[in-house]
Structures are given as structure tokens and as C-alpha cells.
Design a protein around this ligand. Sequence first.
Ligand SMILES: NC(=O)c1ccc[n+]([C@@H]2O[C@H](COP(=O)([O-])OP(=O)(O)OC[C@H]3O[C@@H](n4cnc5c(N)ncnc54)[C@H](O)[C@@H]3O)[C@@H](O)[C@H]2O)c1
Ligand SMILES: O=C(O)C[C@H](O)C(=O)O
Ligand SMILES: [Mg+2]
Length: 626
Amino acid sequence: MTKWNSLSASLMKRLKLHYQMKNSIPAIAQARSFTTSEGHRPTIIHKRSLDILHDPWFNKGTAFSMTERDRLDLRGLLPPNVMSSEQQIERFMVDLKRLEVQARDGPLDPNALAKWRILNRLHDRNETMYYKVLVAHIKEYAPIVYTPTVGLVCQNYSGLFRRPRGMYFSAEDRGEMMSMVYNWPAEQVDMIVVTDGSRILGLGDLGVHGIGIAIGKLDIYVAAAGINPQRVLPVMIDVGTNNEELLKNPLYLGLQEHRLDGDEYLAVIDEFMEAVFTRWPHVIVQFEDFQSKWAFKLLQRYRNTYRMFNDDVQGTAGVALAGLLGAVRAQGRPMIDFPKQKIVVAGAGSAGIGVLNAARKTMARMLGNNESAFEAARSQFWVVDAQGLITEERENIDQDASPFARKVKEINRQGLREGASLVEVVQKVKPDVLLGLSAVGGLFTKEVLEALKGSTATRPAIFAMSNPTTNAECTPEQAFSILGENIIFASGSPFKDINFGNGHIGHCNQGNNMYLFPGIGLGTLLSGAPIVSDGMLQAAAECLAAYMTEDEVHEGIIYPSISRIRDITKEIAAAVIMEAIEEDLVAGYRDVDARELQKFNKEQILEFVKINMWDPDYPTVVYHQD
Ligand SMILES: NC(=O)c1ccc[n+]([C@@H]2O[C@H](COP(=O)([O-])OP(=O)(O)OC[C@H]3O[C@@H](n4cnc5c(N)ncnc54)[C@H](O)[C@@H]3O)[C@@H](O)[C@H]2O)c1
Ligand SMILES: O=C(O)C[C@H](O)C(=O)O
Ligand SMILES: [Mg+2]
């Protein structure tokens, strides 16, 4: 160091000390005399981006102005609504008061939200420890970081928001996304879960507060699939909200305008996709909780060009299919009898239609995989939506639901008609399976369940798959008490098993797409496949269906316990890779290239998956100057 350099360094040091003492601000260049438009001297900082938000000295959270966000590379790292410090305090106080007056946060666990807060704070200060806790206690804490509590978290997000997590792309960012994406500090991102907040679980449009679901899904990716937490990115695309309460709420964190629609909406999603795939060409994007209206369109738009899938349409379909096949086995019948099952589905949204398409295709394959098999499979389904039974007489029928509209002649024979109620349909059809993806809590009323007593199945199956808990179409208590012990029960949100008191247990299976999406994502990542094909999704579902032993299935257990989720995810990922090899889609991962991967046998693929799963262990850390 030259004399002048060392002199100026010591001068700077003294100056810094002087100004720190004078202003109590730890900034080096307070000596400069320029001022901001508000008349204050600026604080000069030597950090950018997330480092600022993670520094309690400099962080202003949602109060960073738009110009500051641009200056400091913060654009996209905060929800779009800029708040005053008074509003920030108001939000904080609402949350604080809520804790004082309302200790009960949820029907199943009165302390669910309090537990979420504690886990979230751990997540903010020590990721490795957070995931160690989650992996070791997944059964206990999945219902906190994921469904059902995550729904409550999204509903209360304006109060719960502390440190931002993930990225926000808003309608205001049009034209900027390609550069904004570089504000994210990670050089590599493997998994993105993106939502536009338009249909969060069964809770409707929660706007920007829906980011919680993307965060919860990625927690499951890390815990179940061993995706490295430094390479996951939760994303919220804020195109406005049609939730009138949020539009009026001064504490809402998102854009307070109605949702963009049509081409304007598509342009935003297109720009986002282009931006993230430009920066991270190998990323996988999982679409989550988009309203049905867009879920299918976006899937069709991107699925052949990008590595993406829609969890609600495709993940749910696979999980339901595995459960439906399990229900056939639980009736003591071979899986090949699946095409004989009569299935009533309540709900024809993204989830319901996804399940119907997958189940129909599987039946058709079992029946010979030709056009007449596909047509024959159609007649095994009766679909009831908000307007009742869907038939060809339905006016303005949704194009995704129309393949499942019953023929008028058929239903006349059955004594049914367009718009028939769910009870009537169950009474007349006497189905083997009643499956709900309606988002209507309690839809399977006493009358509906009574009607199911007429089922021609030896062991009828009830899938109350809507989330969160209060949206379940019925509870296991209701189902078992009306229909007796000899049924199969599954629900989207977790319920406790029922003890009948006679040595028998009524098993409550959790039919949730969390059994599939982590394996689909991990398998796609490790195979290097450029798309997520139908075959890969089918392989994932079949692997889940085959995972349960005969004994378990006879006991009524059709899905594994969540405590086995890491193992089942490994198996599913391997099945996805094997299918990708079969379809000649593999490109390899890291130092294992396509040719090598193609030569692996099943054991080697399982080992390959296992060694690529991140474990939450502390690494040895050393310092190295750049
Ligand atoms: N368990 C899982 O893994 C899983 C996966 C995805 C979605 N879901 C749940 O499924 C539900 C629906 O999701 P979606 O994306 O399909 O929603 P959606 O809003 O697109 O669809 C809801 C459907 O239910 C119908 N419906 C409304 N009221 C009805 C009634 N009274 N009777 C019969 N049908 C009625 C609507 O007409 C619509 O077709 C949500 O609660 C969601 O949480 C569960
Ligand atoms: O998130 C879940 O728990 C399942 C599913 O993706 C849903 O939207 O309900
Ligand atoms: Mg979902």
C-alpha cells in the first residue's frame, strides 16, 4: 500500500467514525453534502439486491420506493405495492393483535399459525437446520408448511409477511423481466414454482398473497426430493386480483387493480417464461394454482417447448389415478378391472378434468388402446359441476368438460337429466367411486353419503380431495359413520385415522399431489429431458400405484404415509427417468451424459437419484478472497 493510500484509508476511517458518532449511521460517505428530494442525506451502502433485504440496518422491506428498487437491484424481490412506514406498522400491528385476540388458527391444530411463524423464522436464519427439522419431522410439519396451514398463511399474508422470499413479476414490470431476472442472486435455479394467485387451494383469488403456496410447494421439493434449497425459486406473477376485499384493503401487498385478461395476460406470462428460460435454460417450471380458465391454455401453450408442467392438472391426475387403482385392488379385484369402475366426479375444474382425462386414457389403454376403447371408457364417468350433471344438453359447455358430457339417450335410460343433482346421480348410478374436486366443503352431505350405500361395489371409495381442510367434501368421521367400516377414504388435506374401538382402524389416506410433483420434478431434472411428456407423468402415477403392498391395500391404505415421502419420491424420480430413456428424451445431468444414463439398469438409476438428492447437512466452510 502506498503512503497516500494508507493515509487516505486512515483519514476515511476517522471520517467514518466521526460521522457514525454524529449521525449514528454506519455509512462511510456521510461526509458528502448532497441531499435527496426529501431533503435527507442519503445513506451510501455497499450491498445490492437480497443482501440489502437481509440486512436489518438497511432493510425497509415494502417501503423501498420504485426508484430505489431499480437503483439497488431490488426490482422483483418485493411484492409490487410500495407501502409507507405507517402502513407497514399497521400491517404488523394487525398481525400482533390477531395473535392476542385469536389463539385458535385452524380447526385441526389450534396452534398451526404459531408453529408456522416459528418455522418461518428458522427458515430465515438457518436453512440447513430448517430442512433438517422438516425432513426429520415431515409428518408433523408438512401440514404446517404445506396444506392445510399454508392456505391460512396466504389468507393472512399481509400480516405475516416479514422477509421476502422468491420473486414477484407484476403487470408493471412488462418489458423489464428479462433484466429483472438477474436480480435473483443464484447462478443456477433447478425448480421454479409459479402462481398467479388466482385459485389458491379452494380459497379462491388471493392475489399476490398466493406466493405462500409456491413457497410451501418448494419446501416439499427440498424435503421430499432433495432439491438444493439454494436452487429453488418461488415466483408470484401479479397481474392484479379480482378479489374485491383485497382491492379495497389498504394493507394488501399486491397491485390494486383488476386482473389482466386475454392477450395482455398472455403477454405477461410469455415474457416471464422467456426471461427465466433465458437466464436458466435448464430450469423446470411448475405451474400452481392458476384458475382453470388459464391452467389448460398455458399448459398447451408451453408444454412442448419448455420444461414445465401443471401440478393441479397433471400432478393431481396422477395421484388420483394411483388412488383409483388402489381402490380397485382394495376391492379384491385385479387392476385390469379398472375400466369396469363407475366413477362420479364432483368438480370439473383444472383438477377434476385433469383426473378425468388421465383415468379415461388409462382405462382405454387397458381396453385395447384404440378408438372404440377410448369411447367405451368415456361412459364410465358422470361429471357433476356447480350446475349439476353435465350432459350434451348443457349450453355454453366448457370445451375441456365437453368430452365427458353424458349422452342424452344414455342418461334418460338411467332416469337422469341435464343438471341432475349430485344426490340423484349417486342414487341412480350407484357408483364404485365418488370423487370430489369441487372446492365445496361438505358437498358430500348426509344424503349423498346415504345414497352411496346403494353402490354396487363391495367396497366403495370416497375421495374428498378439495383443500384445505374445511373445503373437504366430507370428513372421514362422516364417511365412516354413514357407510360403515368397509370403504376406502382419501382426502386432499390430512385427517387422523379413525379408531372404531373394536380393534379396527378406518384409514384416512392423504390423496394429495405432493406424492407426485417432487418425483416428477426430480426425475425430469436428472434425466435432462427437455419436456415433461405424458409418458413420464404416467410412469410416475403407475409407480405410486404399485408402491403399496397387497396387505396395505387390503387394509384400506392406498397412499403411503408421508413419513415415507423421500423414499417414494426417489422411486418416482427413477420411474420418470426410465420412461424418459424409453422415449429417447434424456440429455443427462452434470457429469453423467445421455449415453451413460441410457446404459444404467434400475438399481443404478435409483443410486444415481439417491446421490443427487441434497441432504440437510452443514458443509465445512472456508474463506477465499475473490
Ligand atoms: N388433493 C389434491 O392433490 C388437489 C389437487 C388439485 C386441486 N385440489 C383441490 O381441488 C379443488 C378444485 O380445484 P380446481 O382447480 O379444479 O378448481 P376450479 O374452481 O377450477 O373448479 C371447481 C369445480 O367445482 C365445481 N363446483 C362448484 N360447486 C359445485 C357443486 N356444488 N357441486 C359440484 N361441483 C361444483 C365448479 O363448477 C368447477 O367445475 C380445490 O379445492 C383444490 O384445492 C386438490
Ligand atoms: O396444494 C395442495 O395441497 C394440493 C393442490 O395443489 C391444491 O391446489 O389443492
Ligand atoms: Mg395446487
